[in-house]
Design a protein around this ligand. Sequence first.
Ligand SMILES: [Zn+2]
Length: 182
Amino acid sequence: MEKLKAGGETSAYCTSCKDMRHHVVVAMSGDVPAKVECLSCHKQHKFKAGPPGSKVAKPAGAKAPRAKGARPAAHSIPAVSGPNPLDTILQTRGTGSARSYSPAERYAVGELLAHPSFGIGAVTATPSPGKMSVLFRDTTRLLLHERVPVVVAPAVKLSPPPRREESPTGPAERPPKVKPLL
Ligand SMILES: [Zn+2]
């Protein structure tokens, strides 16, 4: 739509001709003509977009009732003020680079991860070894990462005390699950 300015032409209601006429814009008021001159009768008058009594640009059927299933206003929707910070990150990064979250993996600040419960998150900080702050859509959570699986378990845990009382028939002297220590 062409922007109107003083000197331009626009269709308007002429108060003298009592009809829609082409007018020259004499003065603007913001983005709308304030004063126009009729090209038919050459009278200047206030700009009127349409005949008096008619509501201009009223869409047909505006009063038609909405669909019956219209949801009640914002009852279940949490109030969100402004754009979600995570969305801002995702807009620039996209979700393609998100790795599936696993506590054994190592994540760096700025990385995206996909958590099975919390969804997409962005690593915002690693406050201490093995821990990281992850920004999710609803909140920031502290998650574990870089958890190296324990390969060499302490010997104590490998030898539970044999329970002689409860194995009347088996060889109680040899607990079956203990691996020999090399
Ligand atoms: Zn006129």
